[in-house]
Design a protein around this ligand. Structure first.
Ligand SMILES: [Zn+2]
Length: 184
């Protein structure tokens, strides 16, 4: 057998067995002969469609969750950028004030005080440049978040793949045949 074994269910007794590479299947338990329902079967196609719908709904939910995560990340990046800008402006303002004080008191204040004021102003200037750089980094990150992969690995456990779909189909169709011959 080239194909991997696929479980089928006897429509008479419900016994699970492996599908044979033949058009007609025989139950190993009760000996009943039956066909494997094809996917062209109306009920099968219907079931397949509803399962596919379910899958795309799950995919959509996952996408929405991802978009929301990206939006939150962007918002927090922009917020951090705003903080950095405020910090930079505060430093610049303080530096300007220190320089102004130094210039104002250059006649009366001792040179030590003036020197300290100038050094402090220079330090604040350097700090504000650092804050401005940080701000532009955050902005650049925020602008690329729509391309970035989510930091947390997405949860794929709720997603089904094709084989599970086929399994459920077989299961569905076989139970339907054994329970009730009319479609619901
Ligand atoms: Zn049987």
């Amino acid at each position: 057998m080239d194909e991997p074994p696929c479980p089928i269910f006897c429509p008479v007794c419900g016994q699970e067995s492996e599908a044979r590479a033949a058009p007609v299947q025989q139950c190993p338990a009760c000996g009943a002969q039956f066909f494997i329902p094809s996917s062209e079967d109306a009920a099968g196609a219907e079931a397949f469609e509803s399962l596919a719908d379910q899958q795309s709904a799950e995919q959509e939910r996952l996408n929405r969750r991802r978009i929301r995560a990206v939006q939150l990340e962007r918002r927090s990046l922009y917020r951090s950028r705003t903080y950095m800008l405020i910090a930079a402006l505060t430093c610049l303002g303080a530096a300007a004030q220190l320089i102004w004080l130094a210039v104002e008191g250059r006649q009366v204040a001792p040179p030590m005080i003036m020197g300290a004021q100038i050094v402090l102003a220079a330090g604040l200037g350097v700090l504000s440049i650092k804050f401005l750089r940080r701000a532009s980094t955050y902005r650049a990150q925020a602008e690329t978040t729509h391309l970035a992969e989510p930091t947390a690995k997405p949860d794929f456990s709720t997603l089904r793949n094709g084989s599970q779909l086929a399994e459920r189909l077989t299961d569905m169709v076989s139970t339907k045949t054994s329970d009730d011959p009319s479609p619901d």
